[in-house]
Design a protein around this ligand. Structure first.
Ligand code: NI
Length: 185
């Protein structure tokens, strides 16, 4: 089932998400809905808060980047109750966008490498050390379960320059091929 995506400015995107309990009812269906919604929207990642669920879950399929970053080949994962346990001191800047912030793409500086511990869709504990594009996508989605969007990483000047664009977004003045939930204002 396709779910509507919550748009920047909605309080659902600002709330730190909570851990998924073992045996969470409807988890398999929720994951399927998240995949369907992400692919239909041409996304490479989707976090539960983006569909209005306050849960520490995100899904990623970075395989479309394999041409530029071979490590992305087959990088399709479900991250449940993830915790980033280590961040490299060295940082890199890359261009980012977000299904919750349609039409805005900005350069964002983040640690180059992270270690992440999580449960997969089968409840297995996993730990991965990721760099390059995989680290980038994971950190972006991880932010969502912490109530953060990539806009929060921009400089005050950059944010000021984007102010009217962001206001247009929260007012629903944009066109996308997926259903959305706008902030009430
Ligand atoms: Ni996003």
């Amino acid at each position: 089932m396709l779910l509507p995506i919550y748009i920047y400015g909605h309080p659902a995107l600002r709330q730190p998400a909570v851990d998924v309990a073992p045996g969470h009812e409807g988890l398999a269906q929720l994951l399927q809905d998240m995949w369907d919604t992400m692919y239909q929207a041409d996304g490479i990642g989707l976090a539960a808060p983006q569909i209005g669920k306050n849960l520490r879950i995100f899904v990623i399929d970075g395989s479309s980047f394999a041409e530029n970053d071979p490590a992305c080949e087959g990088f399709k994962r479900v991250f449940i109750n993830a915790r980033i346990t280590e961040r490299s001191p060295d940082r890199v800047t890359m261009n980012e966008g977000c299904l919750s912030v349609p039409g805005i793409h900005e350069e964002v500086s983040r640690p180059e490498r992270v270690t992440i511990a999580y449960k997969d869709e089968n409840g297995e504990d996993r730990v991965e050390i990721l760099d390059g594009m995989r680290a980038r996508i994971v950190q972006h989605e991880y932010d969502h379960i912490e109530g953060i969007t990539f806009i929060d990483h921009l400089s005050p000047l950059k944010k000021r320059l984007l102010k009217s664009k962001l206001a247009a977004l929260t007012a629903g003045k944009f066109h996308k091929n997926y259903r959305v939930v706008l902030p009430e204002n």
